[in-house]
Design a protein around this ligand. Sequence first.
Ligand SMILES: [Mn+2]
Length: 352
Amino acid sequence: MTDTNNQPAGEQLPRAEFERAWQAISSARTIFVLTHANPDADAIASNLALTDVLARRGHAVTPALAERVVPGSLQYIPGVQYLVPALDLDITGVDLLLIVDCADLGRLGPVYDQHPDWFDGTIPIVNVDHHVTNSRYGAINLVDSTAAATCEVISLLFQELGVEISPDVATCLLSGIYGDTLGLRTASTTSRTVRVTADLLDRGANLGLIVDSLFRMKPFSTLKLWAMVLERAEMLNGVVWTEITPEMLATSGATSAEGEGVINFLAGIKGAKIAILFYRQPEGWRVSLRSIAEDVDVARLARVYNGGGHSRAAGCRLEPGLETRDRFLLDIMARINALERAPVSLLDEGYS
Ligand SMILES: [Mn+2]
């Protein structure tokens, strides 16, 4: 990225915070590890890295997934075959819920909608995350919003406490970092992220496999889908956007996960300040947001619509219908316009 200065690495979380989290985890016998719906590399990899380490230390640990299928590009992540659909789980006898890369409980998806009682605090929750919008829903919250990925937080946890990791776990952790930083290219990438990356390579992480799987090799259906999605792109008043519809998926034979990379391509369009990808789904729009201009904070914008994320990458949901989408677009354009006139009023929640 040419338009950004990388942020400095934040203050490392105090060692006591790592110790407190690790102690809570270590004292539990039966553990469920959960992550957010529409999982990305960081979500799945942080889950599987913790699962592997805890299983080897004798815990009864189940890695859970909000979906029934792992996206094709993530099926290379070591341990992926152990993932269990969260909706098939029985909570009986579970001592601890370890929730990773999940900014708030609603992001867990169907398992939270169907079993809100699992998350009422009766079973302690340890929350490990890096989203600036994290609602700190755990009994223990190991949250570092200066980390580029949850896998960076977990790498620091293992480093700090001297936990030995296998090459497979190193591949997991580097997958999460590479996934969230697009290969160390986002503004969230710090010197610490790069040092953690070097350490994971020393521990045997398979960089070639990660780069091929996440960024290079793709099914032909992805190419066909991207052609349709990019053809549909529009740009107006500082906003570049496009959509993925069920018809496009049917015609190309692609899954909706194959469209995930489109937004990062849109995020490099000169002259735009913000990129938006709308996924048309029966229950409404899923909206992916990327900040192109440094002064646009999409996490704050997403929060206006009950979404969340990071300052440069965030998301929210909208009710179904073209009017809803158009009203959203007009609102975004108005906010961008206001930003140009008065940079200090930066997309405040109070703005209307
Ligand atoms: Mn993440």
